[in-house]
Design a protein around this ligand. Structure first.
Ligand SMILES: NC(=O)c1ccc[n+]([C@@H]2O[C@H](COP(=O)([O-])OP(=O)(O)OC[C@H]3O[C@@H](n4cnc5c(N)ncnc54)[C@H](O)[C@@H]3O)[C@@H](O)[C@H]2O)c1
Length: 443
């Protein structure tokens, strides 16, 4: 049985840590995965189309705040880590893990160009005995309907010549409680031998591996996790707006409800949804659902509410300025935090941009401070030529209002409230500040 021999050879290589691991896409997901394999003694070959990233890694330097350079340099020096933008080297790895972006198009449809390009690059060099794993988030069917036929167009057969699986990434950048190793990993192979190999592979680097019956189950599992968050965040965001109208502090309500020891998991309102996953991934499922004559109403409703929150925040800023006899036009507004969540250096899809865009249209003079984002790059929909302003007493005295959008831990919010004339708090960072209550507006 030739195919069993190929599968067993690969399993033995993995168990002896002699399998060469190739990781495509060295971003927030790919880079931690690279390091995890290196830490367990594997040799890793990282691929990225961004030659700047490749050059930075080759110098042993990091471009992610959450990963200090020494974690990379030690593996570059020891020879455990090699990086390249030469995709002809895809013939070398025994296991290839795909961690490329899966954004949305302008029309809010899955933008699969990165997965497509990567699949094309792999199939050019596909050889017997390779395992390919998709880690990027996508709709149920991506692995078997999109990637599999292309790879089999080479004449090689899945489960016999090469192996294919899906294993969704659950990376939570900035989360110090759960590292890559500690987060259980769902895996699913296209065939039984694919399943056995992929399970063995992740067992080498992750404490708990959770095999499921098919790639489609694994693909939908990842989407369920993110839709669950999107819907629950929308729920508390809607209740926040109602509670505000009723004169009730939603944060106090959530704190009280959280004392229930069963049946309640707290979610917190904020300035709107951000990040690479939660505002985007649910729409991968909505799009696929159309093929089944199905409308995913919860996803759309949650999206509608979450998209509305920045408008609500701007209305609260407007009201607060109005109460002081000021208008947004000409007001000097400091946005505190533009990263999509606390303590990360990632501003993709951040609600700060929507809030800033709305304020700019109304004629505000904008400043921002974010120790993690020194310069605001050009985004898909927005461009502000702004740099992070140093957070000084002088700046706080100069502005009309500070708006807390991201609750970075390193900022002394009591000090901000003391010196700013007015503070709009979308994250409840002012919860324990007893003085200057009149200057604080929760939004
Ligand atoms: N960031 C997260 O917290 C997170 C969490 C779970 C899942 N995911 C999913 O993981 C995937 C990757 O996300 P990310 O945050 O790491 O993205 P990222 O943008 O940080 O990294 C992707 C990398 O892929 C590279 N790339 C793009 N096209 C390529 C190609 N054709 N070949 C090789 N490299 C290519 C980019 O240069 C970049 O370095 C997405 O599907 C995302 O939804 C992300």
């Amino acid at each position: 049985m030739e195919h069993l021999k190929i599968a067993n050879q690969l399993i033995q290589k993995v168990l002896k840590k002699k399998a060469l691991i190739g990781i495509i896409g060295l971003g927030y997901v790919g880079l931690p995965l690279v390091l995890r394999f290196c830490e367990e003694g594997f040799i890793v070959l990282g691929f990225d189309v961004d030659s700047k990233k490749v050059a930075t890694l080759k110098r042993g330097k990091s471009y992610l705040k959450s990963i200090p350079s020494p974690r990379i340099s030690k593996f570059i020096q020891s020879g455990h880590l090699n990086v390249t933008d030469d995709f002809s080297r895809l013939i070398e790895p025994d296991c290839i893990l795909i961690c490329v972006p899966t954004p949305l198009t302008e029309k809010m449809e899955p933008d699969l160009q990165y997965i497509d390009k990567t699949t094309e690059a792999i199939l050019e060099h596909l050889r017997k005995g390779q395992l390919i794993v998709l880690e990027s988030t996508s709709y149920p069917g991506t692995t078997e309907e999109l990637i599999l036929p292309k790879l089999e167009s080479t004449g090689l057969k899945v489960g016999r010549d090469f192996f294919l699986a899906f294993s969704p990434e659950r990376e939570d950048p900035g989360n110090k409680r759960f590292t890559t190793q500690q987060i259980p990993k769902v895996v699913a192979g296209v065939t039984a031998s694919c399943q056995e190999i992929v399970t063995t592979l992740y067992h080498q680097i992750i404490k708990k591996v959770v095999p499921v019956s098919s790639p489609r189950v694994a693909e939908l599992t990842k989407l369920l996790e993110n839709i669950y968050r999107s819907v629950n965040i929308a729920l508390v965001n809607e209740l926040k707006m109602l509670a505000d109208r009723m004169g009730i502090d939603i944060w106090e309500v959530i704190e009280a409800a959280s004392t229930k020891p069963f049946g309640f998991s707290p979610f917190y309102p904020g300035p709107g949804l951000g990040g690479h996953c939660i505002p985007i991934d649910p729409y991968y499922l909505s799009w696929k659902a159309r093929e089944y004559d199905f409308t995913t109403r919860f996803i759309f409703l949650a999206g509608e509410i979450n998209v509305h929150v920045p408008y609500y925040v701007v209305a609260k800023i407007q009201d607060a300025l109005n109460a002081k006899g000021k208008s947004i036009k000409g007001a000097k507004i400091l946005i505190l935090g533009v990263a999509y969540k606390k303590d990360v250096d990632d501003a993709r899809e951040t609600p700060a941009l929507s809030i800033m865009e709305l304020l700019r249209k109304k004629g505000a003079v904008l400043f921002y401070h974010d120790p993690y984002i020194p310069i605001l790059p050009r985004f898909r929909k927005h461009y502000f030529e702004l740099k992070s302003a140093p957070l000084t007493k002088q700046l706080l005295h100069r502005i009309d209002v500070a708006v807390v959008v991201t609750d970075h831990s390193c900022i002394d919010y009591a000090w901000v409230v003391k010196h700013a004339p007015l503070v709009i708090d979308t994250r409840n960072v002012t919860k324990n500040i007893k003085q200057w209550k009149k200057k604080i507006v929760k939004a």
